[in-house]
Write a protein that binds this ligand. Sequence first.
Ligand SMILES: *Cc1c(COP(=O)(O)O)cnc(C)c1O
Length: 418
Amino acid sequence: MNAFSFQNNNLYAESLPVSDLINSYGSPLYIYSKSQIEFNWNLFKKSVGGHPHLICYAVKANSNLAVLNILANLGSGFDIVSLGELKRVIAAGGDPRKCVFSGVAKSEYSIRKALEYGIYCFNVESEDELDRIELVASTMNMSAPISIRVNPNVDANTHPYIATGLSENKFGVGADIALSMYKKANISDYLEVCGLDYHIGSQITDVSPFLEALDRALELIDKLKSENILIKHLDIGGGVGVSYDQEKTINIQDYLNSVTTKVDNMKILVEPGRSIVADAGIFVTKVEYLKQNEIKSFAIVDGAMNDLIRPSLYESFHQAVLIDDNAKGITDTWDIVGPVCETADFLAKDRKLTLEKGDYIAIMTAGAYGFVLSSNYNSRPRVPEIMVCGKSHTLVRKRETIESLFENETFYIDETNK
Ligand SMILES: *Cc1c(COP(=O)(O)O)cnc(C)c1O
C-alpha cells in the first residue's frame, strides 16, 4: 500500500488532494494516513500469526492521540517511556494493561502510577531500577511485573545516535548482571518475573543483528530455566527500518516467521514504532524564496529543523517531491533550507527539482520522529497535524498560536526593595 501517490501530477493523501488540505490549514503541516497506519500494524499482526503475542506500538515515534486511538481500536498494546506517554495512551482509549514501560530513568512517581494503572510489565534497565521498583511495590503491597532489558552487545549497523544494543550504550544490562537480577527478582515478594526484553536500535535494515540478538536472548533464557527461573514472554523490541530512499529493508513477514519458529512456549512481544507510522506521514512546506549563488542554490521554505529535525540530527534522507508535479520554474540542484538561524537547518540537500516561489514541497516518510521531536525554537508555533482516511480528514492537532508560546512566562519581579 502507498497512501501518498500522484494522480494527474498532483500528490494525494489517500483520496484527498494534498492541496485541499493546504488551502484549509495553511503551511507547514503534517498529514497522516489512517489506512496506512492500520495496514502497517496489521502486517505485524498477520506476520506473528497464531503465536501468542502482543504488539506494543512504541508511542515515542508518533504520540498524537489520533494515532494512538487508531491503534488502540485495533487492539494494540503500547511501549511507553514516560508517565506522559502512559497518560496519552489512556486518554486515547488504550489499555494500560497492554503497556510495557521502557526507559532508563523511571522516576519513583512514574513507577507508582504505572503500578496503580496496572501496566503489563516494566522493562527494567538497571539494578538500581529493579531495587526502586521493588521498594515502590512493597509500599503498595503489590507484586510488580518485570522483564529485564538485556543488552546483547550486537552491532545494529545503524546511525550511532540510534544504536542501543552495544555495551557502550546506556541501555539495558549485560547477561551476567541480568542473571543476578533475575535471581533476586525471583525470590522477591514484590517482584514477579514475567519476561526478557531487548531493543538493539532503530532504522535497522538488515535482519542479521536481530537474529543474533534473538539467539543471545534464547541462550540466556535457557540458562535461567536451568536455575528454575521461568520467562513467560520474550520482547524483541522494535527497530525495523523503513525505506526512506527506495533502499532495501527488512521483510517483516520473513523476520517474524524466523522469530516464531525459534521461540516456543513463550509469548512474543514486539515494539514497532517507525515501521508503523513513518510512511504514513508527510511534512508539507512552502517555497518562500529561491536564492542562487556561484556554488549553491537554495530553496528557502517555511518549514524548518524545529518542525522536522531528522535531517539535521541524524543527517537522514527524506524524499522531497512537489505536490503539483507540473514542472515550471527553474531546474537546478537545490538545498531545501528553513528559516531557523542555524546552518544545520535543512530538510534536504542536493535535490534536482524544478521550482518556483510559492510551490509546495512534500517531505516524504515523515510520520515517525517528526512532529514528536518538534520544538518552538525561534519562537515558531508547532504545526498542525491532519489525519486522512479515504476522502475525509480530521484536524487532529491545531496549529499553535504565537501567544501560547509565552503564556507560561512572566517578568522578573524585584522584591529587594519591599
Ligand atoms: C524507540 C524504541 C522502540 C521503537 O523503535 P522503532 O525504531 O521506532 O521501531 C521500541 N522499543 C524501545 C525500547 C525503544 O526505545
